[in-house]
Design a protein around this ligand. Structure first.
Ligand SMILES: C[S@@+](CC[C@H](N)C(=O)[O-])C[C@H]1O[C@@H](n2cnc3c(N)ncnc32)[C@H](O)[C@@H]1O
Length: 214
C-alpha cells in the first residue's frame, strides 16, 4: 500500500512519537516493560495498513498488548493518528519490514501474529515475498512461543492455498480454515481491505496456524 507522501509527514509523525518505537531492537526481550506491564499476551500485526483492525482489537482486549508493523511511513502515520485519537495505551507501532523482526522480538516473546490481507505477489518468481513463505515463517518462528498462533485473513485464493501448504510443510497445525468467513459465526473485526473486498462481493478466507504439538 504505497501512498503519495503526506503533507507535513515529519511534523505529524513527531506528534505521534509516543506510539511509535524508533529503535525497536532496543525493546527485544523487554516489550512488556515497554508497555509498563509485567504480564499479559503480546500480539503482533504485520502489515497493519491504516490501523483499523489493531485499533478495534486493542479497544476490545485492553489486557492484550499489540505491536503493529508497517513498512510505509505514509500509511503508518494514519494508523498512529487513529491510536492517538483513541488514547489507547496498549498499542505500539514499528516502522519496519517483516524480515527484520527477529532482531526486534526475543524467543517466545510473541503469543500471536495477525496477517491481514497481505500482498499476494501473484507471479511465481515473487512468491518469496509472500509473508507466509517459509523464509518469513522461519523469521516468525524465532519469536513465536510454542502453542502460539498465526491468524490469517485474505481474499486471494492463490495466496490462501499457498499459505495453507506453507504452514503445514513448516510443521504448524491448521485450525478454523474457512473459505467464507462471513458466513460463519466468528466474532470478526474487519480490516480496511476486508471492507472493500466484501463490498465488491468477494468471499473472505481465514485460517489459524498453531506452532507446536497438536
Ligand atoms: C494489502 S495491505 C493490507 C492492509 C491491512 N492489513 C488491511 O487488511 O486493510 C498490506 C499492507 O502490508 C504492508 N506490508 C507489505 N509487506 C510488508 C512487509 N514485508 N513488512 C511490513 N509491512 C508490509 C503494506 O505496506 C500494506 O500496508
Amino acid at each position: 500500500m504505497r501512498m503519495r507522501r503526506k503533507k507535513n509527514l515529519d511534523t505529524r509523525l513527531e506528534k505521534c512519537a509516543a506510539f511509535s518505537v524508533a529503535e525497536p531492537s532496543l525493546n527485544k526481550g523487554k516489550w512488556r516493560e515497554a508497555f509498563g506491564r509485567e504480564t499479559g499476551e503480546l500480539h503482533l500485526e504485520i502489515g497493519c495498513g491504516k490501523g483499523d483492525f489493531v485499533v478495534q482489537m486493542a479497544k476490545r482486549s485492553p489486557d492484550v498488548m499489540f505491536v503493529a508493523v508497517e513498512k510505509y511511513q505514509n500509511v503508518l502515520l494514519l494508523a498512529l493518528e487513529k491510536v492517538m485519537a483513541e488514547g489507547l495505551s496498549n498499542v505500539l507501532f514499528i516502522d519496519a519490514d517483516a524480515n527484520t523482526l527477529a532482531d526486534v522480538f526475543d524467543k517466545d516473546e510473541v503469543d500471536r501474529i495477525y496477517l491481514n490481507f497481505s500482498d499476494p505477489w501473484p507471479p511465481k518468481k515473487r512468491h518469496k515475498r509472500r509473508l507466509t513463505h517459509e523464509n518469513y515463517l522461519s523469521v516468525y518462528d524465532r519469536f513465536l512461543k510454542d502453542g502460539g498462533e498465526i491468524h490469517q485473513k485474505t481474499d486471494n485464493t492463490g495466496l490462501f492455498e499457498f499459505s495453507l501448504c506453507s504452514y503445514s510443510q513448516f510443521g504448524y497445525t491448521l485450525y478454523d480454515v474457512t473459505f467464507d468467513l462471513h458466513s460463519t459465526d466468528f466474532d470478526n473485526v474487519m480490516t480496511e481491505y476486508e471492507r472493500n473486498f466484501t463490498e465488491q462481493g468477494m468471499k473472505i478466507y481465514r485460517c489459524v496456524a498453531r506452532k507446536g504439538k497438536k
